[in-house]
Design a protein around this ligand. Structure first.
Ligand SMILES: NC(=O)c1ccc[n+]([C@@H]2O[C@H](COP(=O)([O-])OP(=O)(O)OC[C@H]3O[C@@H](n4cnc5c(N)ncnc54)[C@H](O)[C@@H]3O)[C@@H](O)[C@H]2O)c1
Ligand SMILES: [Zn+2]
Length: 387
């Protein structure tokens, strides 16, 4: 038995108007200082006030939010008793908003206890709207919550089906101001979601189509959006792609590049999309010899391969490397600016954390501990994986 979980998705130019229809008295916007500065909070607030809400703002969410931030946000929610929580921002803000909502509803829970196996019984106090301002994570539609344990320098994969948002508002006008590097980092995240969602062992008939289409949209429109941020068509299609990929991998799973990327992000503070993006070609190469089929099928769909099997999977890698060069993304950890000495000092922890990450269980070829260590070395040095 399996579930397909999704909020109601409102998309396209003008989608923010859906806020006018919300019913309630008090709304808490969860966001970060950059989103305030960009004037996006104001745009949302106007709609909420028009709908009759008394609006409060919690804007202390940092990139890769910590457990403590979620707890602070929940205290603010407890004080202002919202009946709607509105997450407005990138994946960091949306994850924080989901956690804040759960902790506001369930004051008896610690953040670490938000897992798929508990009955949360949410929606007693509030409901959740998610509004992404980056085109990447799909966190607007997934129930996953990623919080960082700052003491252990480790990302924790939390979440429960119940904490999926009630409504996701996917309005591309919120993402048009992203600078090129944020566009490429977050666009890569969407691409990795699409590819890992399609190829992981939990892929299914309900998610395959979403993942395929999202992968094709990112390959087509990401170079355009990076080259010209004001290309409205590219922005809109990418924004849609990120949410489609979120529905895809969120109802299947991600995989090895995410396990490795989480470990890297928590230690070296690489942006999430760049971290998983750098790892992806290597994890595809690692899978290519033993389990090439789905990668080769995907390459054929993207029209970058004519052959099946290992060769087909490797042509997907070649297409990825071309894309990275085109949009100026590093193809190895050394190129990403991580010093050799820092990498060596952290290698044991990287291997440990990635090996134990929840996303590792869906890999089509499971690495041994030693293979994973070797893979990290290859990702560092930019070596082709041929074992
Ligand atoms: N829950 C999930 O399903 C899921 C999936 C993937 C990633 N994540 C998590 O999401 C986080 C990454 O999210 P992200 O990549 O969206 O980045 P982010 O949310 O960390 O934002 C990065 C920076 O970009 C700024 N920003 C956001 N929107 C902007 C805009 N329109 N214009 C200019 N600047 C803008 C933010 O203020 C922030 O400073 C990571 O913590 C990752 O672990 C969660
Ligand atoms: Zn991701």
């Amino acid at each position: 038995m399996w579930y397909f979980v999704s909020p109601q998705v409102v998309f396209g130019e003008g989608a923010l108007d859906a806020l006018d229809e919300l019913e309630g008295q008090r709304a808490l916007i969860v966001t970060d200082p950059v989103i305030i500065q960009l004037g996006l909070v104001e745009r949302v607030q106007v709609h909420l006030e028009r709908a009759g809400f008394d609006v409060r703002v919690f804007s202390q969410v940092e990139p890769d939010p910590s457990v403590q931030t979620a707890q602070r946000g929940a205290e603010v929610a407890a004080a202002c008793t919202p009946d709607w929580i509105v997450g407005l921002g990138g994946g960091s803000v949306l994850d924080a908003a989901k956690a804040i909502w759960v902790l506001y509803e369930r004051t008896d829970l610690e953040p670490g206890e938000i897992n798929p196996f508990v009955r949360l019984n949410l929606r007693q106090k509030a409901r959740l709207v998610t509004i992404p301002t980056t085109s990447g994570t799909g966190a607007d539609v997934t129930w996953a919550i990623v919080l960082t344990d700052t003491d252990e320098q480790r990302k924790m994969g939390l979440g429960n089906r119940e904490n999926v948002a009630d409504m996701a508002i996917v309005d591309p006008s919120l993402a048009v101001g992203m600078p090129p590097q944020l566009t490429s980092d977050t666009g890569l995240d969407a691409l990795v979601h699409a590819i890992e969602g399609y190829t992981c062992t939990w892929h299914n008939d309900f998610t395959d189509g979403l993942c395929l289409n999202a992968a094709r949209l990112v390959m087509t429109y990401l170079p355009r959006a990076v080259a010209d941020g004001s290309d409205v068509e590219a922005r809109e299609r990418l924004h849609n792609a990120a949410t489609c990929a979120g529905l895809g991998f969120g109802n299947a799973m991600a995989s090895m590049a995410h396990a490795m990327g989480h470990a890297l992000g928590a230690i070296f503070h690489l942006p999430h999309g760049r971290a998983v993006g750098i790892c992806l070609p290597y994890t595809v190469e690692f899978a290519a010899r033993e389990a090439p089929k789905r990668f080769a099928d995907l390459a054929r769909f993207l029209q970058c391969a004519t052959s099946a099997g290992e060769e087909g999977a490797r042509s997907l890698v070649a297409a990825l490397r071309d894309l990275y060069r085109q949009i100026g993304v590093p193809t190895s950890l050394a190129e990403a600016g991580i010093a050799r000495s820092a990498f060596d000092a952290q290698l044991d922890k990287l291997v440990d954390d990635a090996f134990n990450d929840t996303q590792m269980i869906t890999a089509v070829r499971s690495p041994s501990y030693e293979e994973l260590r070797r893979l990290f070395e290859d990702v560092y040095a930019g070596r082709v994986v041929a074992y």
